[in-house]
Design a protein around this ligand. Structure first.
Ligand SMILES: C[S@@+](CC[C@H](N)C(=O)[O-])C[C@H]1O[C@@H](n2cnc3c(N)ncnc32)[C@H](O)[C@@H]1O
Length: 204
């Protein structure tokens, strides 16, 4: 998956992290959904977290068992530099989520904003769901945000798959119970609106 990694490293080397289309100064919806299901000891992984501020928001909220995974080491390095000494308490994993070696039954919360929708190959989506099944505890929560039916067809020059809530949930199957879903309009730094669908499931 070197090409995929190169693509994202190039994206991060060409644009400031607060100018990429998915930038949020705070990941407010993600934080609210996580706080609704997780106590401060919860093991939480942000999959494809990039340079997102979610890890800052979670540390500020008192969470202490955090992992951030991304293909792009440079994006993780940006977050580490921003956090300074606080970065040492976070587990940083540079890997492709479809191939990463994740621990079994480790996570209470799996969070993904704008990563699953890049998996246009059904085999990659199946590998992703296997990772969730392996590494999220029974009773753990899975929060996945993807472009909705009215969202863009591409992001960062890559095709995406857009999902209505039921279709997004269906990708994960019966091992995941859909608790709720929300639709959000994300305002990009360049002034465009993007429809996001958040699905919030429990692993049964
Ligand atoms: C659109 S950005 C979203 C970043 C972050 N979740 C946020 O909301 O700010 C997509 C991120 O997913 C990462 N990514 C893309 N494909 C990936 C894969 N197969 N495995 C791990 N990370 C991936 C990219 O490097 C990038 O940081």
């Amino acid at each position: 998956m070197v090409d995929r990694r190169n693509h994202w490293e190039t994206v991060y080397s060409n644009k400031a992290v607060d100018q990429v289309s998915w930038f949020q100064p705070h990941a407010s919806s993600s934080l609210r959904l996580i706080e609704a299901c997780a106590d401060k000891d919860a093991h939480i992984i942000d999959v494809g977290g990039g340079a997102s501020m979610l890890v800052d928001d979670l540390l500020d909220a008192g969470y202490r068992n955090l992992s951030v995974l991304d293909l792009a080491e440079s994006a993780l390095a940006t977050s580490r530099a921003r956090l300074g000494a606080r970065a040492q308490s976070v587990r940083w994993i540079a890997a492709d989520i479809t191939r990463a070696e994740l621990p079994a039954a480790r996570y209470d919360v799996w969070h993904d904003r704008a990563v699953f929708h890049f998996l246009t190959d059904p085999a990659d989506r199946a590998r992703y769901v296997e990772q969730v099944l392996k590494s999220v505890k029974s009773g753990g929560h899975v929060i996945v945000a993807a472009f909705g039916p009215g969202g863009p067809l591409q992001c960062s020059g890559l095709d995406v798959v857009r999902y209505a809530p039921d279709a997004l949930h269906a990708e994960f199957g019966e091992s995941f119970q859909l608790l709720r879903h929300e639709t959000e309009t994300h305002h990009t730094p360049s002034g465009q609106d993007q429809e996001f669908v958040y699905c919030y499931c429990v692993r049964v």
